[in-house]
Design a protein around this ligand. Structure first.
Ligand code: HEM
Ligand SMILES: N[C@@H](CC(=O)c1ccccc1NC=O)C(=O)O
Length: 277
């Protein structure tokens, strides 16, 4: 019989005294010390990890969207496409994650829902930042963060910057001039459908060869909103499945509030132009 396999024989590093290891680089101890269930309920660990992993993916989405917005401000917008495509894939990842959470029944959830107090995903500042970056802007959504000045400042700063869609419209304007009311709008508010923007995107979709980069940009944005919509839909369906029509811990009507959010259109003209093609 040969000796048990020893990876060290083919060079695997086995000693990490004074050398950076996997756990050092990734700060795994810190990451794995942040799961602290407040009840004895078996499913609370699932609930915590589901949210924490979502927050990590959201962190990456913010990183990519911020870089994509900067890249869209350049003459050549194409480097932004890869980042926008990556954000769509992040949402796809978040969408698949609902399948894990859906294994939690109402009976499981009610055993620890009381421990959550008035905390709710409604207070996720990273989620709010993503909405703001994409252009769904409402200053009232900052209020739950009044007790955290740094978060407040971050979200306020976001409302002062153009959204990803605002920057995309500036790129569109470079090829097909748009009215000043579109280009100089107050960034703190949500963009609403505009006829000139609709006409300009329609021109792009009627002559893709002529406007290839803008055409590709439009489709990347539609793809992103498509996946975001699926996230909202998965959320509201999971919520109805788990708490029915109870009020949310965050104080909203619950499912009624989330259904209202299904009506949000981030890039309205990109959806509406399709009817007229
Ligand atoms: C059993 C699982 C879940 C239930 C019952 C639930 C329930 C709710 C409810 C009722 C709301 C409305 C606000 C309120 O009054 O509380 C809400 C908002 C929210 N939840 Fe969840 N949720 C669940 C899982 C998740 C997960 C896994 C995430 C991922 C991070 C999440 C993120 C959010 C966000 C970001 C909002 C704010 C949405 C917006 O303002 O448009 N939720 N949730
Ligand atoms: N809003 C949920 C509670 C909830 O889901 C939650 C609580 C604390 C942290 C994140 C949460 N996730 C989404 O809202 C409820 O009403 O049951």
């Amino acid at each position: 019989m040969s000796d048990p396999y020893d990876p060290a024989r083919e060079g695997a590093q086995m000693a990490f005294d004074g050398r950076m290891s996997y756990g050092d680089y990734l700060q795994i101890d810190k990451l794995l010390s942040a799961q602290a269930p407040l009840s004895d309920a078996h499913d609370e660990m699932l609930f915590i990890i589901q949210h924490q992993s979502s927050e990590l993916w959201m962190r990456l989405a913010i990183h990519e969207l911020s870089a994509a917005r900067a890249a869209l401000g350049e003459t050549d917008v194409r480097p932004a496409f890869k980042m926008l495509a990556r954000v769509s894939r992040i949402f796809e990842q978040l969408n698949s994650a609902w399948d894990v959470l859906r294994t939690m029944t109402p009976s499981d959830y009610t055993t620890f829902r009381g421990s959550l107090g008035q905390s709710s995903g409604f207070q996720s500042h990273q989620y709010r930042q993503i909405e703001f970056i994409l252009g769904n802007r409402n200053a009232a959504m900052i209020r739950p963060h009044a007790h955290r000045p740094q978060v407040m400042a971050l979200l306020q700063a976001e409302l002062a910057r153009p959204s990803v869609y605002d920057v995309a419209l500036r790129a569109l304007n470079a090829a097909i001039p748009l009215p000043a009311e579109v280009l100089d709008r107050d960034p703190a508010s949500t963009h609403t459908e505009n006829e000139a923007v609709m006409a300009a995107w329609t021109e792009v979709y009627r002559a893709p060869q002529k406007y290839w980069s803008l055409y590709e940009l439009a489709e990347k944005l539609v793809d992103l909103e498509d996946y975001f919509r699926r996230w909202r839909f998965n959320h509201v369906t999971t919520v109805e499945r788990v708490i029915g029509f109870k009020r949310g811990t965050g104080g909203t009507g619950g499912v009624s509030y989330l259904k209202r959010m299904l009506e949000v259109e981030l890039f309205p003209e990109l959806w509406h132009l399709r009817t007229g093609l």
